[in-house]
Design a protein around this ligand. Sequence first.
Ligand code: AMP
Ligand code: TRP
Length: 344
Amino acid sequence: MPFPKRVFSGIQPSGDLHLGNYLGAIKRFVPLQDEFDCIYCVVDMHAITVWQEPEDLKRRTYEVAAAYLAAGLDPKKSIIFNQSQVAEHAELAWVFNCVARMGWMARMTQFKDKAGKNSENVSLGLFAYPSLMAADILLYKTTHVPVGEDQKQHLELTRDIAAKFNHDFSASIAARGHDGDYFPITEPVITGPATRVMSLRDGTKKMSKSDSSSEMATIYLMDDADAITKKIKKAKTDPEPLPSEAKGLEARPEAANLVGIYAALADTTIDAVLSQYGGQGFGVFKPALAELAVSVLGPQAAEMRRLVADPGEIEAVLRDGADRARVLAEKNMAEIRDIVGFVR
Ligand code: AMP
Ligand code: TRP
């Protein structure tokens, strides 16, 4: 029997949200609500894999939830909650820690990047993190996960964990009357012109929450119009005019990044942007991009500020979302305990 379609995605409340999070993830969550049953999570348990000041963690949890709502996620259509309110995420992650292999985890490039030369001294949670991510996804038998390009490897690992669980426990799964596999093999949804937004100062580096190289490299969702405009006008570029076809962007990472950002913000394609701006220089393109970015992000930043100023509304959304998520999680986790052989 095919698995019913379900979407799950999550964002960590671990730093200030930026344009990469918006274009690579949040913006793409919105239209999926009309097509699928969607669950959007603020993954606070992932955030503590590196140190978070407790008060900052709370504030940022509200900010991610506010960004979801401001972008157009509708708590009536989608389940919106924070991970730590549904204990089954941690419980299933433990089971998956015992399914996943050390070698699989050791290959994760994000762990290697984050741990750097310091790998003896980072938390055990940071190493096990992909197993918690697999639990988030599979706890709800999720079939589709919209994310940015950087999460591809973690989703492949999620598929490996699902397949190994289905295989290792196949007899127990069948004995409990389940028809075929227990977990779906989840599809990543990595689409559109901005699945990897790059730093405005270096077109070969990903835009990230933790870019300390320069505050000009990152557009934050809470930036005001002046900051957005200044950052775009000062963005690194080359002296050539824009090409009229996408092929002409190949060896021009900074130009490619700005065109991709424009296309994503305007809900169009890179080819369409180039057919309008091909042959023009950045003196024309950058002000147009700045104006577009301010018109899209400005109203959302205002709504985020309104929501976080009085978090009662966000708290109610998260509590209600957690109650709805917990119903699904409890049902599946009871089956998983039984499949594994835990006495109840
Ligand atoms: P994180 O900030 O790591 O919690 O990421 C949240 C979501 O934003 C994930 O789906 C990431 O893939 C996505 N994301 C983060 N940085 C970027 C970026 N520079 N470009 C596109 N997507 C991104
Ligand atoms: N690891 C993701 C990131 O850093 C966040 C995340 C946690 C996630 N659990 C998830 C994304 C489940 C999609 C689905 O961006």
